[in-house]
Design a protein around this ligand. Structure first.
Ligand code: NI
Length: 254
């Protein structure tokens, strides 16, 4: 069975068929999904979906792109939400220096640190978003040596991947590894042990080839596994099984 460790079914692009699609995932070979929130509201939606579907788990967090109006009260709200059944991580949190209109870097860093501290307090793993912010993201997670986590849709260097592996962290791989311009990904995969790899869609975004341009969903995560298997020199079945075991271990799902 496939474990998609990162999908956003709270997204409006699933408005029309969300319940039908979620209900149909197990019969399509997707046995587990983790849905991270990107705001308080979507974190609440993620928890509600996890309560409705046995195969869906939730993470709660505030994404760096959505932290303009951050207050300490939001941390309190996340803390309460994180105590709910089936919340397995704090995420999606991190830094995003890509978009000009994003909140100021200092604010992003403050919100990131506050949520890492929450993860430490609650003893939960974190799901980290790092876009064009590799140095600062690594530096900040290293301030929290007790927190373990995953770099979702990993886009850093092979050297940074090795550093994260040494720290006990996991790396998430998504549709972009199937794109023609994925030059660094094979090098990253070469230095990442199989037991630290997670497969993700980031649905509805980042649809793998050959469906690029269409809306992404968890059924396409096998294309990510296929590409990783090719680079690792193992069968797709072995890759899928490893990613399943890794995901369950990482999120402590029994
Ligand atoms: Ni995401």
């Amino acid at each position: 069975m496939l474990f998609d460790t990162h999908a956003h079914y709270d997204d409006e692009r699933f408005e029309e068929d969300r319940e039908h699609l979620l209900a149909s995932l197990p019969e399509k070979g997707v046995g587990l999904v983790v849905n991270p929130g990107i705001t308080l509201e979507t974190s609440r939606m993620a928890v509600a979906m996890a309560h409705r579907y046995a195969h869906v788990y939730a993470a709660v967090g505030i994404h760096p792109e959505n932290c303009h109006d951050f207050t300490g009260a939001q941390i309190d709200a996340l803390r309460e939400l994180a105590k709910e059944d089936k919340v397995v991580a704090i995420g999606e949190i991190g830094l995003d220096y890509y978009w000009e209109e994003n909140p100021p870097r200092e604010l992003q860093q403050e919100v990131f640190r506050a949520q890492l501290a929450l993860a430490r307090e609650l003893d939960l793993p974190v799901i980290v978003h790092d876009r064009e912010a590799h140095g600062d993201t690594l530096k900040i997670v290293q301030e929290f040596p007790d927190v373990r986590g995953e770099f979702h849709c990993y886009s850093g260097s092979p050297e940074m991947a090795q550093e994260l592996v040494k720290m006990g962290w996991y790396l998430g791989f998504d549709g972009p590894i199937t794109y023609k311009n994925a030059r660094r990904a094979p090098e990253v995969v070469a230095v990442t042990p199989l037991e630290r790899m997670l497969i993700e869609t980031d649905a509805p975004y980042l649809t793998p080839v050959p469906y690029r341009g269409k809306r992404n969903d968890s059924t396409y995560v096998y294309l990510v596994a296929q590409k990783l298997a090719e680079w690792k020199g193992i069968s797709t079945e072995e890759m899928v099984q490893a990613a399943w075991d890794n995901g369950k271990r990482f999120f402590a799902i029994t």
